[in-house]
Design a protein around this ligand. Sequence first.
Ligand SMILES: NC(=O)c1ccc[n+]([C@@H]2O[C@H](COP(=O)([O-])OP(=O)(O)OC[C@H]3O[C@@H](n4cnc5c(N)ncnc54)[C@H](O)[C@@H]3O)[C@@H](O)[C@H]2O)c1
Length: 267
Amino acid sequence: MRRIEELMSLAGKTAVITGGAGHLGAAMAEALAEAHATVVLVDRQGPQLEEAAQAIRSRTSARVETFQLELADETAVRALPDQVAQLCGGFDVLVNCAAFVGTSQLEGWAVPFEQQKTPAWRAAFEVNVTSVFELVQAALPHLKRSGKGSVINIASLYGIVGPDWRLYDGTSMGNPAAYGASKGALIQLTNWLSTTLAPHVRVNTISPGGVWRNQPEEFTKRYVERTPLGRMAIEEDFKGAALFLASDLSAYVTGQNIIVDGGWCAW
Ligand SMILES: NC(=O)c1ccc[n+]([C@@H]2O[C@H](COP(=O)([O-])OP(=O)(O)OC[C@H]3O[C@@H](n4cnc5c(N)ncnc54)[C@H](O)[C@@H]3O)[C@@H](O)[C@H]2O)c1
């Protein structure tokens, strides 16, 4: 029987994290880097991408590469896995973390339902779901060759439950229909891929709850009151689940959704 250190080690593995310049993407990438993976951060925001890479390099001894890429660009998405494999010698773990989120600046997005617009809906599905379909398809030969291929899709509690609008009363915050619907689709894409790509590649979801990010005071207070663990999430709350699903710690786990929400969905 292998020891825990061996099961959790990602030495010799390459992990690609989309949305790697973002809050959760960078935190999960750092977790994998601490377990000795080579990490490849993918994002459309160039300066933030370099900043995130530099931060991980300064705190770990891992190799960190970056690709500036727009996930709505199918040609670029499909070309990425070969480019990564050529640069890093393999492609073993894929964390699909990039997304249009509640605070994304899109017309007809985080506004009352009657004002939500089809182009914003389409844009969200394009990035939150379609790019995942394309990226997994293009990465599949590499993930299979790895023998330890693991895909981790980052969904949301709003892919599972509807918004509790009482939390939003009197704030300017929104919760677009396309956000929840696209995350629900991603959870089902995980289920579908998990049986389709088995036994070669494991596919799982992490569904985060709300992360503390200076939300309006009244929202935070109501959110915390409604959360069994009595607080909003912080970035490091996602490091453990990411490492578990990326490594042999979860070698017999596929098709699961780990809900990291402080118990929000358990009522
Ligand atoms: N923050 C939360 O409260 C929360 C809650 C539940 C789920 N999530 C999920 O966690 C993930 C990360 O969220 P976050 O809070 O770190 O958000 P974030 O905005 O900090 O990071 C998202 C990153 O994705 C990138 N991105 C977005 N669209 C892209 C595109 N078309 N091409 C390339 N890159 C693109 C952004 O540039 C950004 O760096 C998302 O999937 C989000 O839906 C977040």
